[in-house]
Design a protein around this ligand. Structure first.
Ligand SMILES: Nc1ncnc2c1ncn2[C@@H]1O[C@H](COP(=O)(O)OP(=O)(O)OP(=O)(O)O)[C@@H](O)[C@H]1O
Ligand SMILES: [Mg+2]
Length: 230
């Protein structure tokens, strides 16, 4: 299988006054098309930092990320927006849903943002259909009009998952999607991810939970700022 993501010698340091915090110290990582890769590591080991770099939400201090043959540091302006909005889908640990929008509107937001008014009018019906299908698939058919604060944690996370998938991203990046859910709800999210993976979705997931890690394809651990295959 071909690699869709190739990260080479990724370093990330933060300057804190006079000292420097070296979080990533030469991460090499390839993700193959269709793979379900899980990243584990202690709190503070740099898992979120790495995921943000893979999704072009942050830049490495040194090193390069190639996504489907394109170096992320050559993207800017609209191309960068498109990459973040279309090519990858990001699920944040704490959902980051917009409270003033309904479940359906939250899921539609990335699609609306990427089309502009005229474009939106032409794809509106199709996109709403797709959003409703995704939400139905995630058991939220009867929650379309709810606001995020009217949902349970698991329902919020599934809404965030649907939002990350609305633009049919090549890779889904999920940062502890089960992190603050009880184990049953977490299992439900994991099952949704497994189903997506079986349908061909490439997934990179960060988790604390070793049991969850064991159920995915390949697991790597971040230790001392570098990757360890396990
Ligand atoms: N903007 C920042 N400025 C300074 N230090 C930062 C910044 N962001 C992260 N860090 C530090 O970098 C380290 C790695 O952070 P990161 O969020 O990637 O860890 P993590 O592995 O995701 O941890 P957790 O499992 O707790 O989510 C931490 O020690 C954190 O304090
Ligand atoms: Mg984190």
């Amino acid at each position: 299988m071909t690699a869709i993501i190739k990260a080479r010698e990724i370093h990330k340091s933060y300057k804190m006054g006079k000292s420097t915090l070296d979080v990533l110290r030469g991460v090499d990582l390839s993700v193959k098309k269709g793979e379900f890769l899980v990243i584990v590591g202690a709190s503070g080991s740099g898992k979120s930092t790495l995921l943000h770099i893979l999704g072009a939400l942050d830049q490495p201090t040194k090193g390069s990320v190639e996504f489907d043959g394109i170096r992320l540091n050559t993207l800017w302006g609209r191309k960068l927006d498109r990459f973040r909005n279309h090519t990858v889908g990001f699920v944040f640990q704490f959902y980051h849903l917009l409270n003033e929008l309904s479940v359906l509107e939250n899921v539609l937001a990335p699609a609306m943002a990427s089309t502009g008014t005229l474009g939106w009018l032409t794809v509106r019906k199709r996109t709403i259909n797709r959003a409703e299908k995704l939400l139905e698939q995630f058991g939220l058919k009867d929650r379309l009009g709810h606001k995020p604060y009217e949902l349970s944690g698991g329902e919020r996370q599934r809404t965030a998952l649907a939002r990350a998938l609305i633009n049919q991203p090549q890779v889904l990046l999920a940062d502890e999607p089960t992190g603050n859910l009880d184990s049953r709800t977490g299992s439900g999210i994991l099952e949704s991810l497994s189903t997506l993976h079986q349908a061909g979705q490439t997934i990179v997931m960060v988790t604390h939970d070793e049991r969850i890690a064991g159920r995915a394809g390949r697991v790597i651990r971040l230790t001392d700022g570098r990757v360890q295959e396990i």
